[in-house]
Design a protein around this ligand. Structure first.
Ligand code: GZL
Length: 334
């Protein structure tokens, strides 16, 4: 009996061990099969990226740059499109934390409301990189670096060009402004930079300013309202090309000639905007480069390896007049 018991117990031990090994095997396999595991043990870095949405030509070019650069860098990219909703970005970041990705990067749709979820990422020891847009968190330890443009400078360059253009003006120059997404860093900062620059000439007056949410439809809709409410509009400052392109339709429908009756200044310099500039429908564009993918992947590798990175990396960009747009168009990458 004793021997039988011994025999049974060893069979039982084997059964328990087998079950345990199978369970472990399945768990590991299940994660890798479903791709749910973040830091897989295949040596590849897993990056969780939360994108604002697909609201503009700029955003499309930015997404392409990120996806292509991840593939090029051999980085396993988990990409989420938040459809311009902060709650979707917060959900995506929490999913990335649960999946135990190696690094999280995102373009925050608005500046505020990130501290709680960024603290969760920090507690989970997952480094975060900000790209394109900034957050207003006072706690700079919540992210490793911010890679993106200086939006105040973009607004200032747009305003300085207008001050120069209108320096001989003897009467009021009425400006309408199409702002980007309410609460977003580019909208807040471009507005500030532009207003600061035009304060140099008291003739330059912003008579109406409203968000078109960075979309063509938004730009068209708000410009229609501006045109109805304001008989004399001399200048449109749009925080991105897409809203400016939408406004073109409203301006033309109102029987006015864009680029002549109404001077149009925008930001971004995506292909369609540059074409409008070359065609004389826009008058000036301050560039905002979406091609952040390669720099982002370089930062992901450095941050994953525990290397120090600068807390702020500003993307280099320029401005375009109509003549410069004609020259630059054939070689534009986006
Ligand atoms: C700027 C970016 C802005 C672009 C818009 O870096 O966040 O969002 O200017 C885009 O075209 O929608």
């Amino acid at each position: 009996m004793k021997r039988m018991r011994t025999h049974l117990s060893s069979r039982k031990v084997i059964a328990v061990l087998t079950a345990a090994l199978l369970a472990t095997g399945v768990a590991a396999c299940g994660n890798s099969d479903t791709g749910d595991s973040g830091g897989k043990d295949d040596g590849k870095i897993t990056l969780g990226f939360s994108q604002v949405g697909a609201e503009s030509g700029w955003r499309t070019a930015n997404t392409t740059s990120i996806k292509e650069a991840a593939a090029e860098a051999g980085i396993d990219l988990k990409f989420d499109d938040a459809q311009q909703k902060q709650e979707n970005q917060i959900k995506a970041i929490r999913n990335f934390i649960q999946q135990k990705v190696d690094v999280i990067a995102f373009s925050p749709v608005v500046e505020s409301g990130w501290d709680t979820v960024l603290k969760e990422a920090k507690d989970a020891k997952i480094p975060v990189i900000l790209t394109d847009r900034a957050v207003d968190s006072a706690d700079k330890s919540l992210y490793k670096t911010f890679l993106g443009s200086d939006f105040v400078k973009e607004g200032r360059l747009a305003g300085e060009w207008l001050v120069e253009k209108e320096k001989a003006a003897t009467g009021p120059v009425n400006i309408v402004e199409l702002q980007g997404t309410t609460g977003s860093a580019p909208a807040n900062d471009r507005k500030k930079g532009f207003a600061d620059a035009i304060s140099a000439n008291p003739n330059l007056k912003i008579i109406a300013s409203q968000s078109g949410d960075f979309t063509r439809a938004g730009g068209k809709q708000v410009m229609e309202q501006f045109l109805k409410a304001n008989p004399k509009i001399d200048v449109l400052f749009a925080h991105n090309d897409d809203m400016g392109l939408g406004a073109l339709e409203a301006i033309t429908a109102a029987g006015k000639v864009p680029g002549k009756d109404i001077t149009i200044i925008t930001v971004d310099a995506v292909k369609d905007g540059m074409q409008a500039l070359a065609d004389g429908k826009f008058n000036f564009i301050a560039e905002c480069s979406p091609l952040l993918g390669p720099q982002l992947m370089d930062l992901v590798k450095k941050v994953h390896n525990g290397e120090e990175v600068p807390v702020r990396i500003e993307t280099q960009e320029t401005t375009f007049t109509q003549e410069q747009a004609k020259e630059a168009l054939p070689n534009r990458k986006y």
